[in-house]
Structures are given as structure tokens and as C-alpha cells.
Design a protein around this ligand. Structure first.
Ligand code: EPZ
Length: 421
């Protein structure tokens, strides 16, 4: 297994290009199942989760081709000849459950392994199934598989979500576009990745409005032609680099993204004392004074994103005073705390609250990545720690960050990938 070795202490200066958003690319690639034609998707990030997605699409019979220019993915939906997403693939990437909506819409049948939990929580799919049942699907769950059927096709419906689940919104949206009649989905997720999926589906001829608000309206169509779409930039990757710049008392610009995607995170960085400036296609965060503590609660978009929680926690170990982070989206998303404590931070957990006392001088140590965003948090901490930090299990990191060592090295970081000794 690989590990990362980081020699801390170098301030980061410069600019870095932001890749396509993993959490937009995944549903958008699965949406290609909805068309019998060849879809073209640009700005797809080169990530382990994208490879897993391609394996799932291949297992369904779709022909996929990745071209390095513009990170373009070609997916030919004409050869769809199966309807099962196997356990081996779904257990490595729970987002494979996003084949449910498209397969039920296109074929009227789907068999998907129950995703199971992951490090950050139980991650049930009850809202996905509730919504798809409202559209006319029936489900049987046995031997760890969800078997869904819609022999007479899907019918539009009015659906109310108990919680604005991102994945459930995506599965439901991808089912509604080919359902007979109109659908209204209330209390849906409003994340930029949902908006990007809606734009991709509209490029196929789908009739959707309201994306980005709490109510999405869909008028089902008979069929969808090929998609032609460029994936939106990754706001979580961008926030990760801005935090890394501030953590090292430097100045980092992220290119290829606009501040509109990141209002909440940028407001908090400003409140902490960072100097934030932006253009229509870039954002700069500059360290100008000692950081002030923050009180953050993670919320569905447009609130503070749970996917930025770990990165901000690393940063707040340097703030002068007590910060509080409350995690309200996932039940177990503080596993990076124990690792940050190994680096010398002072953090106490009380229920779903973490109290971070700073500033502390972090010192390098051996630490272990536990999930994707925790990996990024440990990199940020290692960049500021005195001495060397070794991060094991970086396969977590490779799921969601494209060429992160190269991008950080370009900014002046001393970060090296090596074989676990
Ligand atoms: C998506 O996961 C993202 N993953 C996550 O990013 C992100 O943290 C999450 O949205 C929240 O923003 C992808 O887009 C691939 P949810 P998802 O359904 O869709 C509960 C990363 O680091 N819930 O909004 O699984 C669930 O247990 C990953 O990139 C139900 O109870 O998130 C959780 O507590 C991590 N029943 C909460 O809702 C359901 O049917 C949010 O889940 C569905 C969800």
C-alpha cells in the first residue's frame, strides 16, 4: 500500500487548476444509461471512484472510452444488456446505488447490492426507495441485494423528501425524466452537483426546472438523446487547497471555479481572518493575520458542507481560541480527530460536537487516513506540522483527489508518495 510523506513548514504560494467535481461526475456518468446513444462528458476527474463507475457501466454492457484530452468520457448507451450492479463494485463505492433510477427508467428492472455502511455512517437508502416506489417501482430486498421492478414503466408523482438527501435526489431525478407524466419533488438537495446533473440531463432532452431550489419539477419524455456535458468544478477540492494555503500562512489561488459555489465556506474563512478575493473563474485565500476561532455547524447546501468539515478542523487547530464544529449530516464523521491529536492538536468530542483549542504547534507523526476527507485533513495538518508526517491508507485519498501531490508540490509543498515500509 502507498503512504504519503510530508515535510511540514513550507508556506504554499501560487495557483492550482481545480478538476471536475467527483460528486457531479458520478451521477452524470450513470445518467448516460438513460440514452441509447453515445454520450460525451468532458472534465471528468481521473479518480479511483471514476474507475469504479466505469467498471459498473462496463458490467451493464455499456461501451466506455476515456480520452485524455479534456478528460473526456464517451459512453455508448446502445449496448445496455444487463441490470445488475454487483456487490464487489457497490461495496467499494456506495454511489453505485445511483444506477437504480436510470435502470428502472430505461429497463424497468434493476438489481443493486445494498451499499452497506462506510466509515462515516450507516448510509441507508430508504429515501431513495421511498421516492422510486412513489414513481411506481416495487422492491424486494434479499441476500443483500435490492431488486427493483417497474414492469409498466414509471409514472410521474408528487414526492416529499423527509431529508434533502443528495443521492436520493439524484436517483429520483434520473428516474423522473423518463416517467410518464409530471413529477414534483419537494425538500430535495440543492447542492451544485444536483444543478450540474440537471443541466446534463437537459442536454439529453429532459424537461426539468427548479434544480438548486427545494422543489424540482420534471415532465417525463419518451426517450432521451445523447448527453453532451462538461462537469462542473469541484468545490470541495477547491476548499481543500484554500485551507492548505491558509494553514501554511501562504497565499493560494484556485482556478476554474467561481465563488458562487462556495459562499458558506468562504464566509467562514473571511470570519476566521483570511483575506479572500475572487474573479468569475478563480478564488484566492491569503493568510494576513493569526486566525480567529469559528463556530461551525454542517448543514445541507447552502449551509456549511459536511465534506469540508475535516479540512476546516485541521485549519482551526491554528486559530487563537476555542472553535466548535457540529456535524449534523453523518453520525460518525470525526475519525480524523484521533489522528489530529496524534499530530499534537487539542480536540475534545462531545456527542456530535468537536471543540478545537488553538493555536498549537503540530509535530509530525505516523497517522492513518480513515475516509476521503479525513485524508485531506491530515495532509493539511502535515503541511504545517514540524518535521515529517506519514499518512497511511492513501487509497482513501485517491478516491476523490486528482493528482493532489503534484498540485501541492507546484504550490511549494514537500509531499512524496512512497511504498508503505
Ligand atoms: C453525497 O453522499 C456525497 N457523495 C457525500 O460526499 C456527501 O458527504 C453527502 O452527499 C452529503 O453532502 C456523493 O455525492 C457520491 P446523503 P450521499 O444521501 O448522497 C442520510 C465525499 O466525501 N440518508 O445526502 O450518500 C445519510 O445516512 C462524500 O465526497 C438517509 O437516512 O449523502 C446521511 O446521514 C462523503 N436515507 C444523510 O442522509 C437515505 O435514503 C446525508 O446523506 C439517504 C441518506
Amino acid at each position: 500500500m502507498d503512504r504519503l510523506r510530508i515535510v511540514g513548514g513550507n508556506p504554499l504560494f501560487g495557483s492550482v487548476e481545480i478538476s471536475g467535481a467527483k460528486n457531479a461526475a458520478l451521477p452524470i456518468l450513470f445518467a448516460s444509461i438513460l440514452s441509447k446513444q453515445k454520450s460525451i462528458i468532458k472534465n471528468v476527474p481521473l479518480l479511483a471512484d471514476i474507475n469504479t463507475t466505469l467498471k459498473v457501466l462496463d458490467s451493464l454492457g455499456l461501451k466506455t472510452l476515456f480520452k485524455l484530452d479534456e478528460n473526456t468520457m464517451e459512453i455508448d448507451g446502445s449496448s445496455l444488456n444487463a441490470h445488475e450492479a454487483p456487490y464487489e463494485l457497490v461495496s467499494t463505492m456506495r454511489a453505485s446505488v445511483l444506477v437504480l433510477g436510470p435502470l428502472l427508467a430505461r429497463k424497468g428492472i434493476a438489481k443493486v447490492s445494498l451499499p452497506g455502511g462506510c466509515a462515516i455512517g450507516a448510509r441507508p437508502v430508504d429515501i431513495h426507495l421511498m421516492a422510486l416506489e412513489k414513481l411506481g417501482a416495487t422492491f424486494v430486498i434479499e441476500s443483500g441485494y435490492i431488486e427493483g421492478k417497474a414492469p409498466n414503466g414509471l409514472r410521474g408523482a408528487k414526492i416529499n423528501f423527509p431529508f434533502p438527501s443528495v443521492g436520493a435526489t439524484e436517483n429520483t431525478l434520473m428516474a423522473c425524466v423518463l416517467a410518464k407524466g409530471k413529477s414534483e419533488i419537494h425538500n430535495v438537495a440543492r447542492e451544485p452537483e444536483i444543478v450540474d446533473l440537471a443541466i446534463a440531463l437537459r442536454s439529453m432532452g429532459a424537461k426539468i426546472s427548479g434544480e438548486g431550489t427545494s422543489v424540482i419539477y420534471v415532465e417525463g419524455v419518451e426517450s432521451l438523446h445523447a448527453m453532451n456535458h462538461r462537469v462542473a468544478p469541484d468545490r470541495i477540492e477547491a476548499a481543500t487547497f484554500l485551507c492548505a494555503g491558509l494553514m501554511t500562512k501562504g497565499k493560494v489561488t484556485v482556478n476554474g471555479i467561481s465563488a458562487e459555489f462556495m459562499t458558506s465556506a468562504l464566509d467562514f474563512l473571511t470570519q476566521a481572518g483570511a483575506k479572500i478575493s475572487d474573479t468569475p473563474t478563480s478564488i484566492t485565500a491569503e493568510y494576513v493575520k493569526e486566525l480567529s476561532p469559528l463556530i461551525i455547524t454542517t448543514e445541507p447546501f447552502p449551509g456549511f458542507p459536511t465534506d469540508m468539515q475535516a479540512q476546516f478542523m485541521a485549519l482551526l487547530t491554528q486559530a487563537n481560541g476555542n472553535s466548535i464544529i457540529s456535524e449534523t449530516i453523518f453520525e460518525n464523521r470525526f475519525m480524523h480527530v484521533a489522528e489530529l491529536i496524534r499530530l499534537g492538536s487539542k480536540i475534545k468530542i462531545k456527542g456530535n460536537e468537536a471543540i478545537i483549542t488553538g493555536p498549537v504547534q503540530l509535530t509530525g507523526a505516523k497517522v492513518m487516513a480513515t475516509d476521503l476527507r479525513a485524508s485531506a485533513c491530515l495532509i493539511i495538518a502535515g503541511l504545517a506540522a514540524k518535521g515529517e508526517t506519514f499518512i497511511s491508507r492513501v487509497y482513501h485519498l485517491d478516491r476523490g483527489y486528482e493528482q493532489i501531490e503534484m498540485k501541492l508540490t507546484k504550490l511549494g509543498a514537500k509531499i512524496f508518495r512512497e511504498k508503505e515500509k
